[in-house]
Design a protein around this ligand. Structure first.
Ligand code: NAD
Length: 491
């Protein structure tokens, strides 16, 4: 049996209005050619919207705006609240931030929904029964993009996971499963290593799963989960996962379903939504009329569902499915009968408007599909927070024993040095001579008796006085008596 195609499963969440306005970015690389092709298909298929074009991406970056987006473009996005976006090129280095991440976070687009279903036998895949939806958290994790160089040798990226963020995305995944008749939600994290951050995601998953007795719930560590997904994707249904893992596994899933060029994604927030292909700007094939516009066409179909134009969405999606069934496609789809260029493929879809596939299940959209609305959860009362110590990170080339002697001599106030780690591994007291040490030391001081942040400031002043280069501190807290920090490896 062929898996049903899934782009129709994106949620609808905007009111039905007669002629909505949509902010459109033509993007970089293959962006302009696939966006033009996709818009032609949508408009020919009966889509009704007025385009507000904006300039984003490479040109804007190069004009000196490091965010890659102008204030006028923000105005348009905040006015229309619907963004149809071609891929853009993120310049490497130079302090440029990813515009995709900026837009997702600024507009509160917390859920990135990526259906990946096989279209076998028309698009070659080793997994003909695959039909997976990846619900990726879209705002947090390492994508907070907070990075620092702290010493000659050490660079750091902060991984931020929040309880409200976990609650929203996990609840969205279960509501999505319930709304679209899915049977199981799988959580993928690395909570055996990142016990606080990924551990929180898993904990919230378990809490929320208990509220959905009609949906099965299971869990994989992300490494074996990714391997199983790549090998036996038919065993997965809905997968919910933090940002970075979701980014990686959704490309894996799209690629093994057929081609990354056919993947669409919806970025959903409480009041705004963005629709895009999952692939990038493919500069290697730009301007050659060979790029596959399918990902962007399917993203456009989901946008029409979002806009309440379910009839046009079905017409376009079915014409696209019929084109695929007829063995017609761009080169990456490895079509049986005809390899077409970007433009010609769009025309082939337009020619089939009004037709439905005969083998693949036709797309059907319920105009009355209720929107999935996930509100930001209420905040519980703050926990009782007690300062019990401080980790002082130092830049130093001395051996651990020598550093410990200097720290002990300089320590002030209620703090006592209890541990030094290097890259997270205990090196004092009683470290192993085999442990490789870099120039970045985490020096853990525990408070004997009551301590406050003023005591931390006094400790830092004393360390500075002793010539110790403290590059960063992390206060150690207990929340309602529960330890809010990890132990050192080997502690
Ligand atoms: P990419 O997705 O652009 O390309 C990866 C490979 O897939 C290339 O071989 C490319 O030719 C092929 N490919 C991609 N889309 C295709 C399509 N529609 N049809 C046929 N083949 C296609 O990834 P990349 O090369 O890593 O990134 C290029 C640029 O895109 C980078 O600047 C990156 O930051 C950016 N990017 C943007 C987005 C976005 O705007 N949403 C997403 C990912 C990457």
């Amino acid at each position: 049996m062929n898996a049903p195609t899934r782009p129709q499963e994106f949620p609808t969440s905007s009111p039905k209005v007669e002629t909505p306005r949509v902010t459109v970015a033509f993007g970089d690389g293959i962006g302009p050619e696939i966006m033009q092709a996709a818009l032609d298909v949508l408009i020919s298929g009966g889509a009704r919207f007025e385009i507000e074009p904006i300039e984003i991406g490479e040109k804007v970056y190069k004009s000196g705006i490091s965010a890659g987006i102008t204030p006028e473009a923000w105005d348009s996005l905040r006015r229309t609240r619907v963004f149809y976006k071609a891929p853009i090129t993120t310049p490497q280095g130079g302090g440029f931030k990813s515009l995709n991440v900026t837009v997702r976070k600024s507009l509160g687009l917390f859920a990135n929904v990526r259906p990946c279903a096989a279209l076998s036998p028309f698009v070659a895949t080793r997994h003909p029964d695959m039909d997976v939806v990846i619900v990726r958290e879209n705002e947090e994790d390492l994508y907070a993009g907070i990075e620092h160089r702290q010493t000659d040798e050490v660079y750091q990226c902060l991984k931020l996971i929040t309880r409200p963020g976990c609650e929203k995305i996990v609840r969205y995944a279960f509501e999505y499963a319930r709304a679209y008749g899915r049977k199981k939600v799988t959580c993928m994290v690395k909570d055996n290593i990142m016990k606080l951050t990924d551990g929180l995601f898993r904990k919230v998953f378990d809490e929320v799963a208990a509220e959905y007795s009609d949906i099965a719930a299971d869990h994989y560590i992300i490494d074996i989960g990714t391997a199983r997904l790549a090998d036996q994707p038919e065993n997965f249904d809905v997968i919910v996962t933090p940002n970075l893992y979701g980014d990686i596994i959704s490309d894996v899933a799209a690629e093994i379903a057929g081609s990354v060029g056919m993947g669409a994604s919806a970025n959903i927030g409480e009041s705004c939504a963005m629709f895009e292909a999952i692939h990038g700007s493919a500069p290697d094939i730009a301007g050659q009329n060979i790029a596959n516009p399918s990902g962007l066409i399917l993203a456009g179909v989901t946008m029409l569902v979002h806009l309440g134009q379910s009839e046009a969405a079905a017409r376009i999606h079915n014409a696209w499915l019929k084109t695929v069934e007829d063995g017609v496609g761009t080169g990456d789809m490895k079509p049986e009968n005809a390899v077409l260029g970007t433009r010609e493929f769009a025309d082939a879809v337009i020619d089939r408007l009004g037709q439905t596939p005969s083998t693949l299940p036709p797309a059907a959209y319920d105009p009355d599909q209720k929107p999935i609305v996930i509100e930001t959860p209420d905040r519980p009362a703050p926990a009782k927070k007690e300062l019990v110590g401080v980790d002082v990170f130092t830049h130093d080339r001395a051996p651990a024993d020598d550093l410990a002697a200097r720290l002990n001599a300089a320590a002030a106030g209620p703090f006592e040095l209890v541990l030094i780690t290097n890259r997270g591994v205990k090196v004092w007291p009683q470290g192993l001579p085999e442990t490789f040490c870099t120039d970045h030391w985490r020096c853990r001081f525990e408070a004997r008796g009551e301590a406050g942040t003023a005591d931390v400031a006094r400790l830092l002043a004393a360390l500075a006085e002793a010539g110790i280069d403290a590059v960063k501190t992390e206060n150690l807290y207990e929340f309602d008596g529960e330890r809010g920090y990890s132990l050192g490896q080997g502690q």
